[in-house]
Design a binder for this molecule. Structure first.
Ligand code: F0G
Length: 371
């Protein structure tokens, strides 16, 4: 009663809040924009509708009335944007009668493929680069019931293998070569426009296999062609300096970066991504691991948003190129994955004080607190 009274005094209605269950998942939400029919069994975990969070601390670093938003796709059901593509790819695989799916992955695709495939009653085979997948992602693939094959090679090699396997055996490939993946992922661009009421001036996005930047570009174009936004953003794609084939203009044989999600040297969606860049007057740029970690820490301790290192490449890139952002511009940085995916990097790279082994008494705690 006291709470109700307090709310009333604040002038708040004491009625029922909006139902948190009103979002049906992105296939139902955007059905008319997607290649699905009444015959498609919709396999969903109610992915999508992720928040577009203002980032005032990052915006203040840039100044000049620039507005910065974080599209926090780490809040999807398996913790990354891959769920958007996977609800489509798995629903279509099920519709086609497939009983098993396969993917190569730096971790997030494997987690999403496993979750959606199992939910759809299918087997999931995932190939990962042995030793280069963050712990949370490996835990997810295993817990969701995938058959995990760790190969002693990098992502590019694993992808070449799964393409051959899917060609020769009855398993459906669910990497972003599968066109339904990008169809699902384009809905993130729809959500950005639906929230802002217009496309942003800049879209900053981490780039690995280059599927997501291609999907966003497709989404913005479809909305613009339908009159739902008037402009298109500049597509600013950021790669890790040790894995930057699109910046260098050539395949990188031994990609290397702390951001293992984008440790990719030979992106399969290269052509689509290059088209997005040239048509949008955008750019591909590299950010160093040190810059990625700096942005990762700033997002956490400045904005209260925990993303994985690869995701922080979008913010690292924005800060690096901030002089080019027009005054008053609206910038969206895509945070592709949840920070909990990679606890190891967070524990190793932070500026917090961590006092261990303390005597369990009040005086000790107060002293360490500085009182
Ligand atoms: N951010 C995260 C967290 C990712 O997991 C990926 C790709 C990207 C960015 C890059 O997206 O490949 O569409 O350019 N992860 C893939 C995987 C390769 O296997 O999970 P992209």
């Amino acid at each position: 009663m006291a709470l109700l009274e307090a709310l009333r005094r604040l002038g708040q209605p004491a009625g029922r809040p909006p139902s948190p269950q009103s979002w049906p998942g992105l296939i139902e939400a955007y059905r008319s924009w997607l290649p699905v029919s009444a015959a498609t069994p919709v396999i969903t975990l109610q992915e999508g509708a992720t928040p577009l969070i203002p980032a005032p601390v990052i915006a203040a670093r840039i100044g000049r009335d620039v507005k910065v938003f974080l599209k926090y796709d780490g809040l999807n059901p398996t913790g990354s944007f891959k769920d958007r593509g996977m609800t489509m790819a798995i629903s279509k695989a099920r519709e086609a009668g497939s009983e098993a799916v396969i993917c190569a992955s730096t971790g997030n695709t494997s987690a999403a493929a496993a979750a959606y495939a199992r939910r759809g009653g299918m087997r999931a085979f995932v190939l990962i680069p042995d030793g280069y997948v963050a712990q949370g992602k490996l835990a997810q693939a295993l817990l969701y019931g995938a058959e995990v094959l760790a190969v002693q090679g990098n992502f590019d090699r694993a992808l070449a293998i799964v393409r051959e396997v899917a060609d020769q055996y009855p398993v459906t490939l669910v990497n972003s070569l599968n066109p339904y993946r990008l169809q699902g992922q384009k809905t993130a661009a729809f959500e950005v426009v639906d929230t802002l009421g217009e496309a942003p001036d800049w879209l900053c996005i981490p780039v690995g296999n280059a599927g997501n930047i291609s999907a966003y570009w497709m989404g913005f174009n479809e909305y613009r062609n339908a009159g739902l936004c008037r402009r298109l953003p500049r597509m600013m794609g950021f790669q890790a300096a040790g894995a930057a084939p699109l910046v260098l203009g050539r395949t990188v044989e031994q990609p290397d970066t702390i951001a293992t999600a984008i440790r990719i040297g030979n992106p399969v969606n290269r052509d689509n991504a290059l088209r997005a860049q040239s048509e949008s007057n955008g750019a591909f740029m590299a950010v160093t691991d040190a810059e990625i970690i700096e942005a990762y820490k700033l997002l956490g301790s400045g904005e209260g948003v925990f993303c994985e290192p690869a995701s922080a490449a979008s913010v690292a890139g924005l800060l690096k190129r901030q002089a080019e952002v027009p005054t008053g511009a609206t910038v969206v940085c895509v945070l592709t994955g949840n920070g909990l995916k990679d606890p190891t990097t967070a524990i190793e790279h932070n500026d917090s004080r961590f006092h261990t082994g303390l005597e369990p008494d009040t005086a000790t705690v107060a002293r360490v607190m500085g009182f």
